[in-house]
Design a protein around this ligand. Sequence first.
Ligand code: PPS
Length: 287
Amino acid sequence: MSSQKYIYYHGIPMPSEAHNTESLEYARNFSVEDTDVFAVTYPKSGTVWMQEILPLLLNGGDTTPIKTIPNWDRVPWLEEKRLAIVVDKLSSPRAMVTHFPYHLMPESFHTSKAKVINVMRNPKDVLVSSYFFHQMAKFLDDPGTFDEFMDTFLEGKVLFGKWTDHVKGWKSAELGNRIMYITYEEMVQDLPAALRRMADFLDRNLSEEVIQKIAQHCSFGKMKTNDMSNFSLVPKQYMDPDKSPFLRKGVAGDWKNHFSSEQLAKFTKAIRAEMESEGFSLPWSLD
Ligand code: PPS
């Protein structure tokens, strides 16, 4: 991995464009409040979707934040440089996202009552989404061929390290009823049902009308045309939508259009080997 493009923090590569030593230390020492809500994701698993969903669930469906504040300032990444700049402007309850593995969460997080929604996505679709993202995000390494990138991904030489390590860490987190697990696929299949589950978890009593309104505003089509969420505000030299839009396809199962049978066998074998000693099963079939 190019040494200029990534900073290593506790052995985990993160893009230097958005992270530096100060932002990472700031995150580690961050003072978490009991009312904070974190959406935790491995990259390309639904982070930006949660930046749309959380403000709406927490404020009862008021669309002002999603229409007026860019996603990175509205629901900032815990570990990124922007957090220190916008933290005082966050309304309470604060919503943040993070790609941090569980063991890097701030100390104050562990003693707080802050809640976590962990969104996991089928790793085959994570790989495909990440492959296209590496083509459009100029601050990341060129992914090479899909075959090469699969090896890079399986070796964990990608932003935030191995997918399996991230999932294992968060799945075994001992957070009791402070954590809720959901998959990207459940959200794609029935967004209103996913929103109801999240609203219950966050102790928000929302009417069916509000749930439907939130689902509509968080649909892939609506988010794709929301300039506060589609990264069109980012200069082309950093993110080039002509190579691939950030909101690319928004479906489950696109991997079927990209994996050969040999690649599927290799990918499945590698992920299985990493997961076999775990006490939980993945919510998707790997075959
Ligand atoms: S990042 O870079 O880690 O913040 O990326 P992340 O936001 O986690 O993941 C990007 C993928 O999420 C898809 N996405 C959505 N899918 C369905 N519906 C909605 N509303 C939605 N919003 C974002 C986005 O399109 C990326 O997936 P792919 O497969 O590339 O389309």
